[in-house]
Each structure stands twice: as structure tokens, then as C-alpha cells.
Design a protein around this ligand. Structure first.
Ligand SMILES: NC(=O)c1ccc[n+]([C@@H]2O[C@H](COP(=O)([O-])OP(=O)(O)OC[C@H]3O[C@@H](n4cnc5c(N)ncnc54)[C@H](OP(=O)(O)O)[C@@H]3O)[C@@H](O)[C@H]2O)c1
Length: 275
């Protein structure tokens, strides 16, 4: 981690799951706990967090914004704008504000966080165990230095990737965040089918998980692409080929593409609904 970043004060506005995962990652990555601050609606959670990680609890959002150089907005989207209203005046061009809230687009954030250097970040749920895909969008693509700050901050949660417009941001969210849910949907069918063949729930669960993990790790480590790996496990007129032919006839690809598009449409709808 950049030594300059370690001297900055980082504040979490909202101390829930995402804030806790980030705080853990930052501290494990060598960021000093004395430079981490957090505020939260309910004080009990804040006290517990401060005790666990030896960070500084702050009892007003206003004070957090005044104290910190980098402010991470880690509140649910439906609560965020209301939380920002009273602190909007406190932002200036020396502050970096990073929002992890889904559904609140950059143009809306810019209205509430005028003057600050601004990034929108989308971590997916596997970020909570350090295996996430984390996309980020800057309000100014030419803001040199902010890209590496965001990458340093989120790297403990997984693989960080810069996107360049809201369209790409949405594609990353649908494929990696909603995508995690889509993969779980398939895993449920997998496990059900195995159970129907006499295996216990635990056995079916293990067989399903290991098949997904094994295929993913093989794909991650191989030099060739997924298509070539698939060809290697598929012999002509064999068992796998028969199953794959059926998947193609049933148009699994079409079903998935429609699901991705529906999720993207809902994302746009929800962004309009957030007042
Ligand atoms: N968890 C994930 O995997 C994930 C993935 C991608 C993006 N995100 C984004 O991360 C953000 C946080 O999600 P989360 O899962 O961490 O939610 P969470 O666990 O519910 O945490 C949100 C926290 O914000 C606090 N809060 C609400 N209003 C507040 C206010 N006005 N001032 C100060 N604190 C306030 C809540 O306090 P209380 O203690 O009173 O509830 C709660 O502790 C969301 O915008 C979500 O879209 C999360």
C-alpha cells in the first residue's frame, strides 16, 4: 500500500457488513487502525466495531466528514441521500468521497457531494471473503492518483477493475453482483438433481460446490480459454457432448442473456425510484 495513503484519515459513513469487510482488509493490509474512523446510525454496532478493530468511533456524520480525508459512503441506497443532505455543505475539493451504494448514479452523487473528488464503487458479495470483483467509476477520468487510491483501498476485497461509464458500471454490476445470485440459482438445480439420486444433502452440497470451484480454478490457472477447456472434457458423441447439445437446444444462452437484460432494466428503474 502506498505509504502516503497510510497517513490519510479514512472515514466510513455507515458501519455495516461492507464497512466491516473493508476495515478488516485495510488493517490486515497494514493500514493503521488509528487513521480509521466510522459513524453509524445505531451506536451499539459502532461501539462493537471500534472495540473489535481498535478504530475511532465518531458519533455524528458531520464530524466524520470534517475529520476525514477519504469518506466511504457505506449506507444502503435508500438511506444514503437522506444521510447526505445534512453533511453536503462539508465537502470540498480536498476530500475524496467513495460511494459503494448500488443504484445511486454519479450525476445524483455529484449533486450531493459538490466539489469533492468522487468515485462510485461496486463490490460484489464475495468481497466479504476477499474474493470479490470490484468495479469503480471516477467522476473525472483524468483525476490522476484517484484511480490508484481506489485500487489500494479495495484490493484487499478482491480484483479491482476500472470502468469508464455508467453503462459499463451496470454491466459489471449485473454480471458480477447479480451474477453471483445467478450462479447460486444454477448451483441449486445442480444440488437438487444430485440429491434425487440418493446422495445426502451434505454430499450433494459438497459435490456441487467442488464442481463449481474446481471448474473456476481450472479456468483461472489454464493458459487456454474456457471454450478450449470445455473441448478437452467433451469427446465426440460422448456423455458430456450429449448433455451440452441438449443445453444448446434448450437455449440456455438465450435464457441467460434475457435474465441479464431484465436485471439491467430493473437497475435503471431502481435508480429512477431513489429520491
Ligand atoms: N454487502 C454487500 O455484499 C454489498 C455489495 C455491494 C454493495 N454494497 C453496498 O454497500 C452499502 C452498505 O451495504 P451493507 O451490506 O454494508 O449494509 P448494512 O450492513 O445494512 O450497513 C449499512 C449501515 O448504514 C448505517 N446507516 C443507515 N443510515 C445511516 C445514517 N443516516 N448515518 C449513519 N449510518 C447509517 C446502518 O446503521 P444501523 O446499525 O442503524 O442499521 C448500517 O449499519 C449499500 O449501499 C450496498 O448497496 C454491499
Amino acid at each position: 500500500m502506498n505509504p502516503l495513503l497510510k497517513s490519510q484519515k479514512i472515514g466510513f459513513l455507515g458501519a455495516g457488513n461492507m464497512a466491516q469487510a473493508m476495515i478488516k482488509g485495510l488493517i490486515e493490509g497494514g493500514f493503521p487502525a488509528k487513521n480509521i474512523f466510522a459513524s453509524n446510525r445505531s451506536e451499539g454496532k459502532l461501539h462493537k466495531l471500534a472495540e473489535t478493530f481498535k478504530i475511532n468511533p465518531v458519533f455524528s456524520n458531520d464530524e466524520l466528514v470534517d475529520t476525514c480525508d477519504i469518506i466511504i459512503l457505506a449506507i444502503k441506497p435508500q438511506d444514503l441521500l437522506q444521510a447526505l443532505e445534512p453533511v453536503t455543505r462539508s465537502f470540498d475539493e480536498h476530500k475524496i468521497v467513495i460511494s459503494v451504494a448500488a443504484g445511486i448514479r454519479m450525476e445524483k452523487l455529484e449533486r450531493y457531494v459538490q466539489g469533492a473528488r468522487l468515485a462510485r464503487v461496486m463490490p460484489n458479495t464475495p468481497s466479504l471473503i476477499g474474493r470479490g470483483v470490484i468495479g469503480y467509476l471516477l467522476n473525472d477520468d483524468d483525476d490522476s492518483g484517484l484511480d490508484s487510491t481506489v485500487e489500494d483501498l479495495f484490493q484487499p476485497l478482491g480484483r479491482v477493475i476500472q470502468v469508464h461509464d455508467e453503462d459499463q458500471f451496470e454491466a459489471l454490476m449485473v454480471s458480477c453482483s447479480s451474477g453471483t445470485g445467478f450462479v447460486f440459482e444454477m448451483m441449486m438445480y445442480w444440488q437438487d438433481w444430485i440429491e434425487e439420486h440418493g446422495f445426502s444433502v451434505e454430499e450433494a452440497r459438497m459435490m456441487t460446490i467442488e464442481t463449481f470451484v474446481g471448474a473456476s480454478l481450472l479456468a483461472a490457472q489454464a493458459r487456454e480459454g474456457v471454450e478450449d477447456l470445455q473441448a478437452r472434457v467433451t469427446s465426440k458423441k460422448g456423455v458430456t457432448a450429449a448433455g451440452l447439445q441438449s443445453m444448446r437446444e434448450l437455449e440456455i444462452e438465450r435464457a441467460l442473456r434475457i435474465s441479464f437484460e431484465k436485471a439491467a432494466m430493473r437497475n435503471k428503474e431502481m435508480a429512477r425510484e431513489i429520491k
